[in-house]
Every structure is written in C-alpha cells, then in structure tokens.
Design a protein around this ligand. Structure first.
Ligand code: ADP
Ligand code: MG
Length: 618
C-alpha cells in the first residue's frame, strides 16, 4: 500500500496543482481553495457576486441544462423542468421518498418502488448522479474561469448520515463531471476543520455541529482525537430548514392581509414574488429590527420579535433533535466542548439564541456559515495535496476495490483513498432459480466496466442452497488489514454457508501504472457512465421481462384476454428495445410494461414479484 496517497495521484503532474473543496449542498453549492499566497481558505466567486450557486438545474425544450441562479428563476414558472434538491434523491428508491412525494414538483419515476429513482424531463430520464454531475460541472467551470487553470481534482462533502451507496453516487457524479474525487468527507468534519479543530494531533475534543440549511437540518456529535474524527451520533430533520421559515412568513402575511393561502397557490408569479419577499424579510431581520415592503396593492411588514414568535416552534424542533443526538451519544450538554454553526439559516437571531441556551455556551459563528463546509473541504484538499506537512496522512488505498456484477459492471466496495485498515460489505443475490454457485471476481481500478480494470482474484462461491432467483442473500465482505492485505469473503446469510480468500492488491503495480489507470478513468468517465447506464437499464429490463413471464405463466387465469395481449405486446416492445443502444428507450418501455402490469400484479399481490427484484445480481 502506498504510504502517502497523493504521490500516486500527482506523480509526474505539476507540483502546484490545485485541488478544490466542494460543498455540494441541497440548496446551495460552492467551491473553495487554499489561497496560494495567504495560505488561507477562500470561497471562489466572480467579482461582485455570491460564492453560492443554487443547486438547481433547469432543462429547456431541447434538453439543454442551465444551473444556478438562472435556473432558480424557473422554479415557479416551469416546475416540471426545474430540478431542485437533487441531493435528496442520491442513492434513494421511490419507496424511500413516497412519504414526501408532494414535495417534488417534477416527475420522479414511481413505477418500480424498489429500484433507484430517476427523474423524467420530457422524454429523457436522469439519475440523481446525472443531475448532481451537472451542478458539479458548473462549479468546475466556474472555478476554472476564476482561476484561469484546469481544475480536475476535488474533495466533496456529504452529510455524516450518507450511507455507502449515497457516497458512491456522489463520487460517480464527480467523475461524470470530469473530476477526480480524492476524498468524500463529512460536512461536520469539514466545518470543524474550517475552525481549525482536528488539525492538532494532541487535541482531544467532543463537539456539536449544528447545520441548518435551506431544506434540511443536521446535528452531529463528533469526537476528535489524534487527528481522527469520529461521528458519535447524528440526528436531524430532512424536511426542515430556511424554506420553512420563508413559508411561515408568507403565511403570516397572508393572514394579516386576509387572503387564503390556497387562493394564491395557483398563481405562480404571485407566489414567487411573495416567497422572494419573505426570504428578503428573513435575511433583513437577521441584522435589522424591521422589514416592510409592498406586495401588489398591499403593504407587508414584520419585525424581529414577531419573526421570532412565528419561528419558535420550528427552531424548537431542531433543539429536540439536538437532545436526541446527545442522548444517543450517551452525553450531556456539559460534555460538549464547542458548538459550531453551519448553514445560512443559523444567521437567524432566534436560532443562535436557542442553540446557545440549549448547549449552555456561545456557539462558534465567526466563519461564514454559508461557506464554512467548503472552506473545510479546501483545507482537507490541501492536506491531501501534501502542502500541509505537519499533518501526516494515514495509509490509504491507491485504487478502488470491488467485484464484478451483472453485465460486467464494477461494483466498488472500498473506494480509492480510503483509510487502511478498512472493511466493507454488501449483499448480492442470484440470477437464476436454484443457482447453487456464484463467481466472485475481485477487481482493482476506477473504470465502470471490469474489463478495463485489473483482476486481482476470482473464486467460485459454492453450496448456495436451492432457492428461487433473487432469494439468496450473499454478503460479500472486503477486509484490508494494516499490511494492506485484502481478504474477500462470501456468506449466504439464510444458510450460513461461507468461503474466503486472501489477495494482495498492490502486487506488481508501479506508481506509473496506478497513475495511468486513474487518468484513464477520468478521460473515459463519460463513455463509461453511458455504458453503465445502458447495462443497468438492460439488466433491469431483462429482469422485469423474466419476472413478468413467470408471473403470467403462473397467473394466466387471473388475467383478461385484453390484458394478456397488451402485456405480450409491451413485453415484445421491451425485448426489442433491449437490442438497441438507447437507455432512454429501454427506460420508457420498462415504464410502459410496468404501467400495464401494475394493476394485475397488485390484484395478485404476489410477493415474489417485488421480492425477486431486490439486491444486485452477480
Ligand atoms: P444547504 O446547505 O441546504 O444547501 P445553505 O446552508 O446554503 O443550504 O442555506 C440556505 C438557507 O439559508 C436558505 O433558506 C436561505 O434563505 C438561508 N439564509 C441565507 N442567508 C440568510 C440570512 N442572512 N438570514 C437568514 N437566513 C439566511
Ligand atoms: Mg449545507
């Protein structure tokens, strides 16, 4: 294993290469770097404009995307083609979102509740990775424009509660945007770094990071020791933030004027102008006592005391989350040595007051709360670049490690630049009824298709007891010990059958070869992702065909003649689409088949239909 990862990554490349820090937020995103002269972190912005880029993508009739402030103007006027909060969709299935379906004003595909969500705009289907990559691409372009130099390496932040799949999705989005994502770090960790916490090896501290953004609230309790950040607990509300403050102000005004909210609800332009006024009022009252303006023929106003009265119940909810996070970490407020404020909404006076009150101490607010996460990411990037010599890097994996899944795709279990020792596991399932063995092929590399990566080992996992396809739960585990030896194990969870092998990932690879593999993955990112999307669509299509076929054979009596004919034709259309190279076409035929089969599948309530589709197939 490489001792200092970044040597491998930079190799013969320029010394003074820039690695940017990116806060990919639900509401706003931004880029920061360490200033080459002052050595201090700074958020990048064009002269006289904001460093914040709204995380919003608008598609015009031709499918061209614009990102940021301009896209925001379409939120109310063209909601079906304006995608906000894409971060909420990362690594999610429709089942995960169904309770919040009304939140999304654009079309989130809901026919197959168990597979990963996609967004439909016109006749195009976008994955959350595609959408996030458009935002990252915009950030990359901006940074290049401001810095007048190519930007290809980044550290990207994610919420502490993001799971493995959501982190991998964020990595993939970076790759698709042409960025080599050196590391994914937690937002609260980045915020602590921006306050200089964790940079001193001797330091030991337990801290709380309170992050109130536009639509989400996160509280994280961290323990910092020996330069390592450990997340003791997280809590929060994924549907609570500054947008709710704006809505509360709008409602207050409408009530004052005597207009029913629903009366304005259909007038998009009016709604937009009132929302903008409400947000302006909120921001003004963070520093002043009174806000007044005109809306149509009315004059609207609000003072700080009233604002705090109407926001009190919302802020109270965040405090309740803080109490839960503390109790989950088995700590009391007296154990918390520092409180860090993150997110634009922590500028609201009441928020600062209630947080100070709860934690019995003044929170840290000296670093700009909109920028603090990106600034911390830039500090982490600088450490990775080897510029911060006082800070030793731990051993890391130079290339991603994963296994081959259906269609020759690489499924990464341990990403590159992960700390060593490390472990990861994931569940897979079988493709055929009664399948008794499974080939586990272990690969190293960054490409989406295993054929472009390096095979490390392969073994046949045998003895899976006879079960219908999709039923076995085979857990594949990767464990890298402190010497960099990888052991791979496979275990069928229902029966307990188990097998393991040992591999030495680094064996025989020179630094130059590693570097070439990295560069290849960036140059081929776009085509790789396209192939991956196609292979995934085909796999999904083939599975649905198989399941439908079985279902029909078993339940012919339940179906009308018309249903049988329609299904056969939809199946045939899908079959045809599978032979072509168009993932959107396949998606739409899957949709069409689901549309037809859903009513009778529901009627039969056959659990096997849904059950068989869970888990990736090897
Ligand atoms: P996210 O992390 O979810 O992307 P941000 O941290 O950028 O979000 O926070 C955005 C929210 O902060 C918005 O609701 C915005 O109105 C609010 N905000 C920004 N500035 C202020 C301010 N001065 N006073 C109050 N709220 C603010
Ligand atoms: Mg944020």
């Amino acid at each position: 294993m490489a001792k200092i990862g970044i040597n491998i990554a930079t190799g013969s490349l320029q010394q003074a290469e820039i690695i940017v820090g990116i806060d990919l937020g639900t509401t706003n995103s931004l880029v920061a770097i360490i200033h080459p002269e002052s050595k201090l972190p700074v958020a990048l912005k064009e002269f006289n404009s904001s460093s914040l880029v709204p995380s919003i993508v608008h598609f015009d009739a031709l499918g061209n995307a614009i990102v940021g402030e301009e896209a925001r103007n379409f939120l109310e006027s063209d909601p079906a083609n304006t995608i906000f909060s894409a971060k909420r969709l990362m690594g999610k299935s429709y089942q995960d979102l169904v309770n919040h379906a009304s939140f999304f004003t654009y079309k989130v595909i809901d026919t197959d509740v168990d597979s990963l969500v996609k967004v439909q705009v016109g006749d195009q289907f976008y994955s959350p990775i595609d959408l996030s990559s458009l935002i990252l691409k915009e950030l990359k372009n901006r940074a290049e424009h401001i810095l007048k130099t190519p930007v290809t390496k980044a550290v990207i932040t994610v919420p502490a509660y993001f799971n493995d799949a959501q982190r991998q999705a964020t990595r993939d989005a970076g790759k698709l945007a042409g960025l080599d994502v050196l590391r994914i770090i937690n937002e609260p960790t980045a915020a602590s770094l921006a306050y200089g916490m964790g940079l001193n090896k001797e330091e030991e501290k337990t801290i709380a990071v309170y992050d109130l953004g536009g639509g989400t609230f996160d509280i994280s309790i961290l323990k910092i020791a020996g330069g390592i950040f450990e997340v003791l607990s997280t809590n929060g509300d994924t549907y609570l933030g500054g947008d709710d403050f704006d809505r509360a102000i709008m409602q207050y005004w409408l009530q004052q004027i005597g207009i029913d909210f629903h009366a304005v609800n259909n007038d998009k332009a009016q709604l937009q102008s009132l929302r903008l006024l409400a947000e302006a009022a909120k921001k003004t009252l963070s520093t002043e006592e009174l806000f007044s303006a005109n809306w149509n023929d009315y004059s609207v106003s609000i003072n700080r005391i009233t604002l705090h009265e109407i926001l009190q119940p919302l802020v109270k909810k965040t405090i309740d989350c803080c109490a839960k996070a503390l109790s989950d970490a088995a700590l009391s407020v007296l154990d918390i040595e520092a409180v860090i404020m993150v997110g634009g909404s922590t500028r609201v006076g009441l928020v600062k007051e209630m947080v100070a009150n709860f934690f019995q101490q003044e929170p840290n607010i000296s670093v700009n709360p909109d920028e603090v996460v990106a600034l911390g990411a830039a500090i982490q990037a600088d450490i990775l670049a080897g510029n911060n010599k006082d800070f030793l890097l731990l051993d890391i994996t130079p290339l991603s490690l994963g296994i081959e899944t259906m269609g020759g795709l690489m499924d990464v279990l341990i990403p590159r630049n992960a700390k060593i020792p490390n472990k990861a596991s994931r569940q897979y399932t079988t493709q055929k009824d009664g399948q008794a063995s499974m080939r586990i092929s272990v690969f190293q590399g960054e490409r989406d298709l295993v054929k472009d990566n390096r095979k490390l080992a392969e073994f046949n996992f045998t003895g899976i007891p006879g079960m219908p396809a999709g039923m076995p739960k085979v857990e594949v585990g990767f464990l890298i010990n402190a010497d960099g030896i990888l052991s791979v194990s496979a275990k069928e969870l229902r029966s307990g059958v188990e097998q393991a092998i040992e591999v030495k990932p680094q064996y025989g690879l020179t630094d130059d070869e590693v570097e070439k593999m990295l560069l290849d993955s960036i140059t081929h990112a776009k085509e790789d992702m396209t192939v991956r999307a196609l292979v995934e669509a085909r796999t999904e299509g083939a599975q649905i065909l198989e399941v439908t076929e079985k279902f029909i054979a078993k339940n012919t009596a339940l179906l009308t003649q018309q249903e049988l004919v329609e299904t056969a034709s939809a199946m045939q259309n899908l079959q045809m689409a599978l032979t072509l190279e168009d993932k959107n076409l396949i998606q739409s035929k899957i949709e069409a088949l689901n549309e037809i089969s859903r009513p009778f599948a529901e009627r039969a309530m056959d659990a096997a239909v849904g059950g068989a589709l869970k888990g990736k197939v090897i």
